[in-house]
Design a binder for this molecule. Structure first.
Ligand SMILES: *Cc1c(COP(=O)(O)O)cnc(C)c1O
Length: 427
């Protein structure tokens, strides 16, 4: 595969940008080699500076559920750009987007737009803390909620431990307010709540974990978290930044029928432009400034271009059969990959909820971060490069999700399965 221009650009990038990238996983450190410099994308395809084309299963880490450069989204953005980039005033379009989010997500009565998922989670937690007058936060190991200080906590030794900083620059006093327990481990969550429940402002969870590979919630997990948080008067926050408008139009809360107090959104709702949102019960959201005392602001929040892209995306997602088609194609891919691995006699554990898939190089079931880490990441790296050479772009890390869009055809998927069989055989 030709990559001279990507290599040249990456050398220049490393001179001016730390590690050559503006977000770490893009650097290919987990799989080795040179990241692809992309010049354009259309539908399910990415095109790089060396003239290679790839079927894209990363989709900008989730947002591009309609595929790249969807004509309706492009048109909406063009029209918005022509009207001006940013006004710093209320606009009609942001009211329409807020309305659509309130109608789509059962937990959301009011919503505030921000500029990224990180910002959405940070603000939701501030709100939960203000509302409960408590400081502590419970999160699950392997769940990612953006890079806010108090959430960059990893589990200490043992179960239900107080977090220790995952990054230099994060004060230990911050992460000591964060309790970390294994995903899907209800006994551990119950113990943690018994111990810290009356001090917990909130429990935050990815209702389908998408940042340790894809790990679905076990039956009863989300339901029990709902009961426990209610019992301890703690705010339940669903981080639906990936799952919102992906596993169902109304997110994981609709799919599983569990309604949190607050919901964080991002990715899909911006149609590929920088957006985040947090929303929930009116009683909670009314605490946010200027309605209430909890400060949160943003120069570019509700940016008209981002809002236009988001609105156009959500309108397309309301068409009949969108989620059925995504479900069918994703099931086809998941079954094809599982079968290809089996035929090639490669240990492989496939997970999937809707159009988000995870594939782990292990035979043992993956139910949490510890079991996800059983995956043979060296094998994943080799698999990744074999796929890349055959024109298929999977995430450059074992611990990211595989996403489908409405632009992926059955022919794309069949090609991907055939390529995967070849790749598995070569492992
Ligand atoms: C991507 C992501 C975030 C962070 O969003 P950014 O826009 O990258 O700040 C938070 N939570 C989850 C579950 C995510 O997948």
């Amino acid at each position: 595969m030709k990559n001279v221009r990507s290599r040249t650009l990456f050398a220049q990038a490393q001179q001016y940008i730390p590690g050559g990238v503006n977000s770490p996983v893009r650097a290919f450190r987990a799989v080795g080699g040179t990241p692809l410099f992309i010049t354009r994308a259309q539908g399910a395809r990415l095109y790089d500076v060396d003239g290679n084309a790839f079927v894209d299963y990363v989709l900008s880490w989730g947002p591009m559920i309609l595929g790249h450069a969807h004509p309706r989204v492009v048109r909406a953005v063009r029209q918005a750009v022509a009207r001006g980039m940013s006004f710093g005033t209320p606009t009609e379009q942001e009211v329409r987007l807020a309305q659509m989010l309130c109608q789509a997500l059962p937990s959301i009565e009011q919503v505030r737009l921000v500029n990224s998922g990180t910002e959405a989670v940070m603000s939701a937690i501030r709100l939960a803390r203000a509302f409960t007058k408590r400081d502590m936060v419970l999160k699950f190991e392997g769940c990612y909620h953006g890079h806010a200080d108090h959430l960059l906590a990893k589990a200490g030794s043992g179960v239900a431990t107080l977090g220790i900083p995952e990054s230099p620059g994060v004060p230990a006093v911050f992460t000591r307010q964060t309790v970390t327990v294994p995903y899907n481990d209800l006994p551990a969550a119950e113990r943690a709540l018994r111990r810290y429940g009356r001090r917990l402002a909130c429990v935050i969870v990815e209702p389908v974990a998408g940042n340790m590979g894809v790990v679905p919630p076990q039956e009863g997990f989300l339901e029990r978290l709902r009961e426990l948080t209610r019992h301890y008067d703690s705010v339940l926050i669903f981080d639906e930044i990936i799952t919102g408008f992906r596993v169902a139009y109304g997110g994981a809360q609709t799919r599983y029928g569990v309604i949190p107090d607050l919901t964080c959104l991002g990715k899909i709702i911006g149609g590929g432009l920088p957006v985040g949102a947090y929303g929930g019960k009116r009683e909670l959201m009314q605490c946010v400034a200027p309605a209430g005392p909890v400060y949160q602001a943003g120069t570019l929040s509700g940016n008209p271009i981002a809002v236009a892209a988001g609105l156009a995306t959500l309108h397309q997602l309301q068409h009949a059969r969108v989620y059925e088609t995504l479900e069918q194609r994703s099931a086809h891919l998941a079954e094809g990959l599982r079968d290809a691995a089996k035929r090639a006699q490669v240990p492989f554990f496939q997970t999937r909820i809707g159009a988000m898939l995870g594939g782990f190089f292990t035979e043992q079931p993956v139910v949490d971060y510890a079991s996800a880490k059983h995956s043979d990441t060296q094998k994943y790296a080799r698999f990744f490069h074999h796929m890349l050479r055959q024109g298929v772009y999977f995430a450059p890390s074992q611990f990211e999700a595989t996403f489908l869009s409405t632009a992926h055809t059955n022919a794309d998927i069949d090609r991907t399965i055939a390529a995967a069989y070849t790749a598995f055989r070569k492992l």
